[in-house]
Design a protein around this ligand. Structure first.
Ligand SMILES: Nc1ncnc2c1ncn2[C@@H]1O[C@H](COP(=O)(O)OP(=O)(O)O)[C@@H](O)[C@H]1O
Ligand SMILES: [Mg+2]
Length: 449
């Protein structure tokens, strides 16, 4: 069964239940109050009659008074002890015959249900004791009006229930389809995505801030992210192929040179082999970097441990100083300075930054480690060529290099800072670079503790 039908039927059923209960209550309250009202009227009448017959002795006189007070379908009688009927006046013989009189010394009213040729009927009987303790006045009357009103009320109520059911079914259908429209749209879009294989967003029509709207928006955000990633990926593939093209062209042209001039020309051969080797190494390094980037895009790649930044930097500096023979100083205000991080990845970030400092400067390089209440900060300063102000924002982009022509001699690929930023992002940390052209560059890593 469709969910819309289910909602519709359930709401209708529930509404009918409520309606039926309310109708029952209304019906019984109506009957109760009407009978009470009739009862009050009868007592009133009985009081009047008692006043009128006061002092009248002859049966003629009394019956005359009774007749004056007689309403339709009723009787008025006086009962004596042992249920002996003293006087009676009636305009409904059948009724008077059916209801036996009752002597009582209490004021009391009751309703009888008797069956008649038309079905069932209610009779209201009131008893009022008379001054003379041996007699009581009894008035009986068919509640004809009540019967008629009861019928009408019942008919109205049944009509109301039927009307409510129809309206509820129609309204329910409309309501369910309104509620379900965004879901139907979503299903349609999903089916389209499934068949075409192309992610697309759901058109959002109304601007109501409900759960379905939120659901559609979340779906759209998810799709937009997928689309973004897809473009990023294809951009990366084309950038990467472009980067690989240059060394491959170099390798190919040297290979051609070797083929044409042969191995006889020893000088050329040596140059060619040298170039091919260095370009192949470049390609190898580059592909390693690509793999690094691919791994960083996956989530949960970090292996978090407690890392002492001071020891980590000391070790890195020792290694680099041995290789590059450069002056690199290390200062720190505390030891240890502990953060929780993926040690290898943080090491990679520091090496990327130091590598840049070494490549783009000649003088002394400074590394400072600081600690505040909530942060650990590493600063790397060089006095090198610096970065032009208008390019600082771009240096974190993939393959971005300030001086494209220099990359050959410095061996950069423009991926270092991009990787560093991705790693810092995974650590929920920050990387900032400030620089003055010709004066030097400062890179700052901020870790939250
Ligand atoms: N310390 C620095 N001094 C001067 N320029 C820098 C420095 N660090 C980065 N850059 C500039 O930012 C560019 C991007 O850096 P990076 O992503 O590490 O790529 P690369 O592989 O070229 O080192 C570099 O090509 C360089 O132009
Ligand atoms: Mg670099």
């Amino acid at each position: 069964m469709k969910i819309t039908t289910k909602i519709n039927l359930l709401t209708t059923a529930w509404m009918l239940c409520i309606l039926i209960i309310i109708n029952f209550v209304v019906y019984f309250l109506f009957m109760q109050t009407t009978v009470n009202m009739e009862e009050d009227m009868q007592y009133q009448k009985a009081g009047d009659i008692l006043k009128d017959i006061d002092g009248k002795q002859t049966s003629n006189e009394i019956e005359e008074t009774f007749r004056d007070h007689l309403t339709e379908h009723s009787y008025i009688r006086i009962m004596g002890p042992n249920d002996k009927m003293m006087y009676q006046v009636t305009n409904d013989k059948v009724l008077a015959h059916k209801i036996k009189g009752n002597f009582t010394i209490k004021k009391q009213a009751k309703t009888h249900i008797i069956s008649t040729e038309h079905g069932e009927e209610q009779i209201l009987i009131v008893h009022v004791p008379m001054k003379n303790d041996n007699q009581s006045l009894e008035i009986g009357e068919r509640l004809v009006g009540l019967e008629a009103r009861k019928e009408t009320l019942r008919a109205i109520m049944i009509m109301c229930i039927i009307l409510a059911a129809v309206l509820s079914l129609l309204g329910g259908r409309w309501l369910a389809s309104t509620i379900m429209r965004p879901i139907s749209n979503m299903i349609k879009t999903m089916e389209e995505i499934e068949t075409s294989g192309v992610p697309k967003t759901i058109p959002i029509e109304n601007k109501a801030k409900d759960e379905l709207q939120t659901m559609a928006q979340t779906f759209n955000r998810m799709i937009n992210r997928i689309l973004e990633n897809l473009t990023k990926q294809s951009q990366f593939v084309s950038d990467a192929s472009h980067e690989l093209k240059t060394p491959l062209t170099v390798i190919k042209s040297y290979a051609n040179l070797l083929r044409r001039h042969g191995i006889e020309n020893k000088e050329i051969a040596e140059e060619a082999i040298q170039a091919i080797h260095s370009e192949a190494t470049r390609i190898q390094k580059m592909t390693e970097t690509f793999l690094d980037i691919a791994n960083l895009e996956k989530e949960n790649v970090l292996e978090m441990i407690q890392v002492n930044l001071v020891t980590l930097c000391q070790n890195i500096l020792k290694q680099l100083k041995d290789v590059y023979k450069r002056e690199i100083t290390l200062q720190y205000d505390h030891d240890p300075i502990i953060i929780s991080a993926d040690e290898l990845k943080i090491k990679q970030v520091i090496i990327i930054l130091l590598d840049n400092a070494i490549k783009y400067s000649n003088g002394k390089i400074q590394v400072l480690i600081e600690q505040t209440d909530h942060h650990a900060i590493i600063k790397l300063k060089d006095k090198g060529i610096g970065i032009p102000e208008d390019e600082i924002d771009q240096i974190f982009e993939r393959f971005y290099r300030v001086d494209k022509s220099r990359s050959r001699e410095t061996g950069g690929s423009g991926l270092g800072l991009h990787i560093a930023k991705s790693i810092m992002k995974l650590h929920k940390g920050e990387i900032k670079i400030s620089s003055k052209e010709g004066a030097g560059t400062e890179a700052v890593l901020i870790f939250h503790r």
